[in-house]
Design a binder for this molecule. Sequence first.
Ligand code: FEO
Length: 171
Amino acid sequence: MISADIEKQLNEQLRMEAESSQYYLAMASWAEGKGYSGTAEFLYMHSEEERAHMMKILRYINERGGTSIVPELSKPATEFDSLQAIFDDLLKHEELITNSINELVFRCLELRDYTTHNFLQWYVAEQIEEEALARTILDKLNLIGNDKGGLYLFDRDVESIKVQSAANKPV
Ligand code: FEO
């Protein structure tokens, strides 16, 4: 059985993962509307992954005798300035998620909840990879700048950009 404290924090993390999914879905839809079909596919997939992250926490809370809360979500932006702006936001958002996971891990140790601590190690590893991937993409976009040919090639190839350890890892 999980403590009320950990249950509350896990539900908050669940909410953040759901917000991430919603946020990346909005980015994907914007990219599709602008003709960046490769970027849109990448972000649709990313949105699905965040939903899977949310589900994993939801199932864990229930499995441990807690009560998961399906959260109300805020409406994300519909307009973005550029692909750079999108991936800049995405990286900042992932850094926020990482901080939140770290706080949760710390709290688990304080409360000696080693089971949840163990469960969260998957998220710790995932965050390293997600941040690295976002940085790799952002570096490429910053090199390209406003070059239309470069952006065309980026959009064509973005789905194949991988950070070695992140390749094809199941959620
Ligand atoms: Fe599930 Fe991208 O954090």
